[in-house]
Unconditional design. Sequence first.
Length: 273
Amino acid sequence: MFPYLKWLDSVTGLIPRLKALSTEFDAFLDQVIEEHAEENHKNDFVSIIMQLQKDGMFEIDRDKIKATLLDIFIGGTETSTTTTEWMMSELLKHPHVMKKVQQEVRDVVGNKSKVDMEDISKMEYLKCVLKETFRLHPPAVFSPRKTSATAKLGGYDIPSDTTVMINIWAIQRDPKWWENPEEFIPERFEKSSIDFKGEYFHFIPFGFGRRRCPGIPFGVASIEYMMANLLCWFDWKLPAGEIAENLDMTEIFGFTVTKKTPLLVQPTSRLSL
């Protein structure tokens, strides 16, 4: 945009760092593809794409496979970081929930020195807390769909081939489906079969149908593992003078629904206690 400022790149070193990062990540994606070419990953997204390529189902070269993986990785990362901030904010506002989920995580991990992925499957309340976070704070507000035929909805005639915006945020706070919808109550998901697959149309944080977010497993697993570690090894509190009840939960609607005021917290390592 401003060619005459190109000299700043050489001073800050930003462009060389970005190029180095791009090269490193490209090598990582190559490694992922090579591993899937050598090993058997029957239920893996990459292996399915490579098998379709091998069978000649459609033309897709290595660069396109890497571009697809990059899209999934970036989408999952953005969702993960935003949701982690919302989840920690809700836990700080609801200390009884924080205490309960921390106790579960620490009981499961026990005296081990690290959290294993196998441990996550035993953390049922952690999963409830995550679902409740996604209910109140879905990554995206709207999910666009297009009508395949003329339809009538709410007294309105909707022509075929019309783009319809599904308001995920409003659906997941609808009192018709949720008791006390504005309250953070993870227990509502206990002993519930509701999941992230979009089969329950009052809980669709990742969309629904064939076009729901393909990064669900990656995003959910990333958040669960990250939060399990944060809750296991640290105790958390707001900075001095901050009151949990007054924590700003104002939302900004953009590519993802983010907090208007970034969350600031003070961790205390359990190892130092």
